[in-house]
Design a binder for this molecule. Structure first.
Ligand code: GLV
Ligand code: MN
Length: 197
């Protein structure tokens, strides 16, 4: 949950070289209506990744008017069988609405309880902050949903790539112990991600 703003707006100056918690405000003489609108969701999704999903982000980096406002949104498009793989947002809860298609969405508590449901157009679902969650397209057509976050910069960490495609790689010894498998299986899993995403 982001801190509350102390002014009406603080459009991000993305070019600033000052590092603070968030972005410094653009000079208000340079602020225009354009700063408060974002049309990136009107564009067709570009590349689908190896998981057959395309995520278009509208966080403070793409939409500088969000700076200090504690909100952002993603559009997620999945091919049939596409998976938005298990991931976390370290700084936000997520509230999503399905626009098209049929999804299986689920998340796991810190006590390893798995909650899930099959969702269709119009359904909403919520993910508590920082917990592992995913969405799988189980329909025959493309599925699409819009995710909103209570942070201008929710962050996104994909569990499988964080562990098996980091730079530099995590020691095999760590992953083999953590997953209770031998090193050749760790290498096999790694090979699915190489070269880097
Ligand atoms: C969906 O879970 C997303 O983070 O965009
Ligand atoms: Mn998410």
């Amino acid at each position: 949950v982001d801190p509350s703003p102390l002014q009406d707006f603080c459009v991000a100056d993305l070019n600033s070289t000052i590092n603070i918690n968030g972005f410094p405000c653009k000079n208000s003489f340079d602020v225009t209506s354009e700063d408060f609108f974002y049309d990136g969701f009107k564009e067709r999704p570009g590349e689908f990744n190896i998981f057959d999903v395309n995520v278009t982000q509208a966080d403070v980096r793409q939409f500088p008017g969000l700076n200090t406002l504690g909100l952002s949104m993603n559009r997620v498009v999945l091919k049939p069988g596409g998976l938005n793989p298990p991931h976390v947002h370290p700084r936000a809860s997520e509230l999503s609405r399905v626009a098209d298609g049929k999804l299986l969405a689920g998340w796991v508590t810190t006590g390893n309880v798995f909650y899930w449901k099959i969702l269709t157009s119009g359904d909403l679902f919520v993910i508590p902050p920082g917990l592992v969650h995913f969405q799988l397209n189980i329909g025959e057509k493309r599925a699409r949903f819009f995710a909103s976050f209570n942070s201008q910069n929710p962050g996104l960490q994909i569990v499988s790539t964080a562990l098996f495609n980091s730079t530099p790689p995590i020691l095999d010894e760590v992953l083999s112990k953590a997953f209770q498998v031998n090193h050749s299986i760790v290498e096999l899993i790694r090979s699915g991600f190489a070269p880097a995403l």
